[in-house]
Design a protein around this ligand. Structure first.
Ligand SMILES: [Zn+2]
Length: 346
């Protein structure tokens, strides 16, 4: 007899009928399990939300107190029974509080990994391999051309440029949740001790990271500084801001952008980015394929991104693989190349 699937893709997202919930639903549902706080995965209006403390806090910051009818906190590694299944959350290494969600009915385990990266990030818990029968993976950078390299080396490029142009301001485009705080933490790790300036849209989330014990050093708001004071400084801003009228408050600004998409130089040039920085919060091709192999999963479902090459790679390794045609993801963070319009809430 064929077993009923534990999870299945439906219009609202990934549905677990036997557990009575959806994972990262794109429309309001009775009970939602949320992997992380990016707005395409964490939406307001659900009856009940189960997520990590950080993800719930981030949703509250963005959507207000009444973002869901009820909330429940789950810690990494804890098991919670929901009707006929047991769920547990495990670090995804993507942004603060991000989780992979494991669902088991006692016979099989399926892991929905949300967005993830397998490289160190000083602002969140490191990615964990969760052994499973079916692994659901993103494929934002699911092509062999995407190899992100060393984020510390990209930060050195930024610091070299600041040293070379002390009379200019450096504006670094970065997504408000996760990337901005990671760039600041990497600057501190590299020994940069000067105040880092922020666009006002990043303030609340960045202060929240600090409140959770992430050391980001001294932060100031760019709007409180005089133009001349900003020479030789670094300011983090949402991607949409670094090429718009807002930049006039800075002396001769250098436009930088921190994203996995900066691997393609043409894209950077076309967007007027003078200093592309290849820093991504998603796994690159090597990270995706190594992770799939390490889970031991015999079956892989591939979602939101460049599914075809990864499905093909799985098949050459003797794994069952299918693309999931889920819609509604990739509106925030770097899932959408140089996304600007999709930024919301912060
Ligand atoms: Zn994300």
């Amino acid at each position: 007899m064929r077993l009923q699937p534990i999870l299945k893709p439906v219009a609202a997202g990934l549905c677990c009928e036997s557990g009575g919930f959806h994972i990262d639903p794109v429309r309001p549902v009775e009970r939602a399990l949320i992997t992380h706080g990016h707005s395409d995965h964490a939406r307001p209006g659900h009856g009940a939300v189960l997520a990590t403390q950080e993800t719930l806090d981030i949703m509250r910051l963005r959507y207000g107190e009444n973002f869901a009818g009820a909330t429940q906190v789950i810690s990494y590694g804890d098991n919670i029974r929901l009707k006929d299944v047991t769920v547990s959350f495990h670090p995804a290494g993507h942004v603060l509080g991000s989780a992979q969600i494991a669902v088991t009915d006692g016979r099989r385990r399926i892991v929905a990994s949300g967005d993830y990266k397998d490289v160190p990030d000083p602002t969140c818990a490191p990615f964990e391999i969760v052994p499973c029968d079916i692994f659901i993976t993103e494929a934002t950078f699911g092509l062999p051309i995407f190899r992100h390299g060393d984020a510390d080396g990209e930060i050195r490029k930024l610091l070299d440029s600041v040293a070379l142009f002390p009379e200019r301001a450096h504006l670094v485009g970065a997504y408000s949740l996760g990337k901005a705080q990671r760039v600041i933490a990497l600057l501190r790790k590299a020994g940069y001790g000067a105040p880092v300036y922020l666009h006002g849209a990043m303030e609340s989330l960045t202060r929240y990271y600090q409140s959770r014990g992430i050391d980001l050093g001294e932060l100031r708001l760019a709007r409180d500084a005089k133009k001349a004071e900003l020479a030789g400084t670094i300011t983090l801003a949402p991607p949409s801001a670094i090429t718009d009228i807002w930049t006039r408050r800075f002396p001769d600004p250098v436009a930088a952008f921190a994203s996995g998409w900066m691997r393609t130089r043409a894209r950077a040039r076309q967007k007027g980015i003078e200093l592309p920085l290849v820093i991504s919060d998603h796994a690159d091709w090597d990270g995706l394929t190594a992770t799939i192999a390490s889970t031991g999963a015999g079956e892989v479902w591939v979602t939101h991104g460049q599914e075809d090459a990864l499905v093909h790679w799985c098949e050459t390794k003797g794994l069952k693989a299918r693309p999931l045609d889920l819609v509604g993801y990739g509106e925030e963070d770097e899932a959408l190349p140089l996304a600007a319009e999709g930024e919301s809430g912060a």
